[in-house]
Design a protein around this ligand. Structure first.
Ligand code: PXP
Length: 245
């Protein structure tokens, strides 16, 4: 993911697998989607292996690891099962997320502060295995301090509330994300961001200069129904580049 662009795009392909699994068929194949994303200019592929395997499966992770030329970012909950899988495949990056079985999507950030003792050995083992560890957190100083104590090199800031609100509330949320991205970068962490991003809301987040990567899934896969996956990704790239100037 070390291209000339200052802001990388990670394409999350989970929901290609959601459609496949709805019918128990072999198609549409998320690995095929990942290869199209690679061609379309994605800097990385993100896939969330959930405990209930509701979309991405173990076999998808194995095939992505074998097939991709661009880095794989494995999203996972902080469990022993997922740790073992990550250590077996050693993806470029591992993003640790909170996970609740009943949620529709990752609803909030990881409490990296409250879970320090649970997370510390996992972050160490993943780092020793060569995986770049990222923590998916709410944009607060407390979580940045926790990430620093855990020696995770990357934090992904949850943009869900920014995307779901409007007006003053959205502006306040954007300011909070920008402040925390600056705080993270000042302390040597690489800030990423993601969740709920669309063409309409990507601009202000992409314009935050410290943010190095956006991870975007649901909107891109949905938009692909109308214009094709290559074009939905290329158009997002154009929005990101325009916002960065
Ligand atoms: N980043 C993380 C850590 C996520 O859990 C998700 C959703 O799986 C995303 C980014 C992408 O969010 P969306 O699918 O809403 O673009």
């Amino acid at each position: 993911m070390n291209g000339p662009r200052a802001l990388r795009l990670g394409v999350n392909i989970d929901h290609v697998a959601t459609i496949r699994n709805a019918r128990g068929t072999a198609y549409p194949d998320p690995v095929r989607a990942a290869l199209i994303a690679q061609e379309a200019g994605a800097d990385g592929i993100t896939a969330h292996l959930r405990e209930d395997r509701r979309h991405i499966t173990d076999d998808d992770i194995a095939r992505l690891t074998e097939t991709l030329r661009i880095p794989l970012n494995l999203e996972m909950a902080a469990t022993e099962e997922m740790l073992a899988i990550a250590l077996r495949h050693r993806p470029h990056a591992v993003c640790i997320v909170p996970e609740r079985r009943e949620e529709l999507t990752t609803e909030g950030g990881l409490d990296a502060a409250g879970m320090h003792n649970h997370l510390a050995p996992m972050v160490d083992r993943l780092s020793e295995a060569g995986c770049r560890v990222s923590l998916f957190i709410e944009a607060t100083p407390r979580q940045i301090e926790a990430a620093l104590r855990l020696r995770a090199p990357v934090v992904e800031l949850h943009t869900g509330r920014y995307c779901d609100t409007e007006g003053e509330e959205r502006a306040a949320e954007l300011a909070r994300i920008a402040d925390i991205a600056a705080l993270a970068a000042k302390n040597g962490l690489e800030p990423h961001a993601g969740h709920g991003i669309t063409y309409d809301n990507v601009g202000p987040i992409a314009a935050i200069p410290q943010i190095a990567e956006l991870n975007i899934g649901h909107f891109l896969i949905g938009e692909a129904l109308f214009c094709g996956l290559h074009e939905s990704i290329a158009e997002m790239r154009r929005h990101m580049d325009a916002a960065r100037g």
